[in-house]
Design a protein around this ligand. Structure first.
Ligand SMILES: [Fe+2]
Length: 174
């Protein structure tokens, strides 16, 4: 899928979660906030590790750096929200987060994506979209499995693969 369409679908999902969170009863906030945090983390990271390094060398009219700076603002607002889910500051902090996220989304969609569209052809954007989706899936699997250090140790002494003798498989059974 075209990279810009993939990124815009992330933006839609993130905006939807912000709206859901603003309307949620207190008990539902934690699960929604976790979903929002993970979606935002994946989106920011895929832009930093896949999108910006790919597009930056060809950009002429805009630069990628200011968009990366916006990521810092988003992470900061997100971190500040974590402790407020059941407190009186919740709606104010959510509004601050909403503002920085919406600014990021509109800056990217209006300035950056327009410039990327000028500098990359359809096949290149499809190929980039593919790479974004692969990176997102890998991150999602990582998030679902929890941090690496909490995963069970693999059994080192376990014999995983018996020695294979390819010639034997070629012979049909008698
Ligand atoms: Fe974005």
């Amino acid at each position: 899928m075209n990279a810009l369409r993939v990124l815009m679908s992330h933006h839609d999902r993130i905006e939807g979660l912000l709206v859901d969170l603003s309307q949620a009863v207190e008990l539902a906030r934690e699960a929604l906030f976790r979903d929002l945090t993970r979606s935002l983390e994946r989106h920011l990271e895929v832009e930093e590790t896949v999108v910006f390094p790919t597009v930056a060398p060809r950009l002429i009219l805009v630069k990628a750096a200011p968009f990366a700076d916006e990521h810092k603002d988003i992470r900061e607002a997100l971190a500040q929200m974590g402790g407020t889910l059941s407190g009186p500051d919740f709606l104010r902090k959510l509004e601050e987060l909403h503002d920085v996220v919406v600014r990021h989304i509109s800056d990217e969609e209006i300035e950056l994506f327009a410039e990327v569209k000028r500098r990359f052809d359809v096949d290149e954007l499809d190929e980039l979209g593919e790479r974004i989706e692969q990176a997102m899936q890998a991150m999602q699997a990582m998030q679902a499995g929890g941090p690496l250090e909490q995963r069970p140790e693999p059994h080192a002494e376990q014999e995983l693969e018996p020695e294979e003798e390819a010639e034997n498989h070629a012979e049909p059974p008698e």
